[in-house]
Design a protein around this ligand. Structure first.
Ligand SMILES: [Fe+2]
Length: 191
């Protein structure tokens, strides 16, 4: 069983920068709940789960992806803050960090293990992709609307929709990790 303590230690270096203890606790709760409902039993399983089934991830796992996207989005925000004399919009770092950690939490329901221990799309995943199931989980634990937006609108579901700044940054960091793998598979990544 994956506990809230497991999730807290898995994402410790990110969570320690979050100032709102209540939002942090709710985020950890949503992750533990998703692991439980999705039938994920150990942190090792999470570390061997591919982050997408849409392309060959070449060994990049779900936890690595979640951290890379969160930290990528954080650095995009920090770069603007450092480079601009006047930042045109406010950045909510709690929303950014927790939204990053949560953006793909619904994949714990969208994917499942098969009899051989491989990962496949679940029936729940066919009914609702991870932006939808992740948003439902976050709502259930009481996270605010703006964090729901980072989950609901980080992928194609958010195209052309109103988005928080943090959603935009998470989206860009997400596709910066996904597109090169898709391009490698299609032979269009120049190396
Ligand atoms: Fe993602």
């Amino acid at each position: 069983m994956i506990t809230e303590a497991d999730i807290t230690s898995l994402f410790a270096s990110t969570l320690e920068r979050v100032t709102d203890a209540d939002l942090k606790a709710k985020t950890v709760k949503a992750w533990a709940l998703a692991c439980q409902r999705g039938g994920w039993e150990s942190v090792d399983e999470l570390r061997s789960m591919p982050f997408t089934l849409l392309t060959n991830t070449r060994g990049v796992n779900f936890i690595e992806h979640t951290i890379a996207v969160t930290e990528g989005a954080y650095q995009l925000a920090k770069a603007q803050e450092a480079a601009y004399a006047k930042l045109p919009y406010a950045i909510d770092y709690d929303r950014l960090l927790l939204g990053g950690l949560l953006h793909d939490v619904g994949k714990l329901l969208e994917f499942e293990k098969d009899e051989q221990g491989n990962v496949r799309k679940s029936r729940a995943g066919m009914c609702a992709r991870h932006p939808i199931s992740g948003t439902a989980l976050a709502y259930e634990v009481g996270l605010p609307d703006e964090i729901l937006n980072t989950i609901a609108c980080h992928a194609k579901e958010g195209d052309g929709r109103p988005q928080c700044l943090e959603t935009v940054l998470i989206h860009q960091a997400d596709f910066a990790t996904f597109n090169p793998l898709v391009m490698m598979a299609g032979g269009t990544l120049i190396q």
